[in-house]
Design a protein around this ligand. Structure first.
Ligand code: FAD
Length: 97
């Protein structure tokens, strides 16, 4: 069994932002993402400070470069089950996508 300080389910802007913050705080982080970010169909992000019009895929590339620096582990998989154990540890079960 692998143990991390934090498991993040979802690699959209919300999950990636959490990964940057926790990674910077030197937490051991594992992020799961099945790769269906809502804005992938868009030709560019709007009104995002310093990154206006950047394509969603280029944005993801930038963020993944950043979280790598902090040692965040990223897995392309779907979390299909999560359970809080009496010891306050969460067990998650994944399915490859
Ligand atoms: C066409 C379109 C254009 C947009 N344009 C803009 C814009 O220009 N500017 C702007 O500010 N906002 C825009 N938005 C809104 C913006 O995309 C959303 O606010 C943002 O994507 C929400 O981020 P999120 O991380 O919450 O969710 P999402 O981007 O949806 O990411 C969630 C991620 O979690 C993954 N996931 C979900 N469940 C699981 C699971 N069980 N296991 C593993 N992975 C899982 C999904 O695969 C996905 O990759 C747009 C939205 C759309 C649809």
């Amino acid at each position: 069994m692998l143990v991390y300080d934090a498991v993040i389910v979802g690699g959209g802007p919300a999950g990636l932002n959490a990964a940057v913050v926790l990674g910077k705080c030197r937490r051991k982080v594992l992020l799961f993402d099945k790769g269906t970010q809502r804005n992938l169909a868009s030709n560019g992000l709007r009104n995002y400070l310093t990154r206006d019009n950047i394509s969603p895929r280029d944005f993801l590339k930038l963020v993944h470069g950043e979280i790598k620096k902090y040692g965040v582990v990223v897995k392309r998989a779907e979390i299909v089950h999560a359970k809080k154990m009496p010891t306050d540890i969460f067990l998650v079960r994944m399915k490859k996508v």
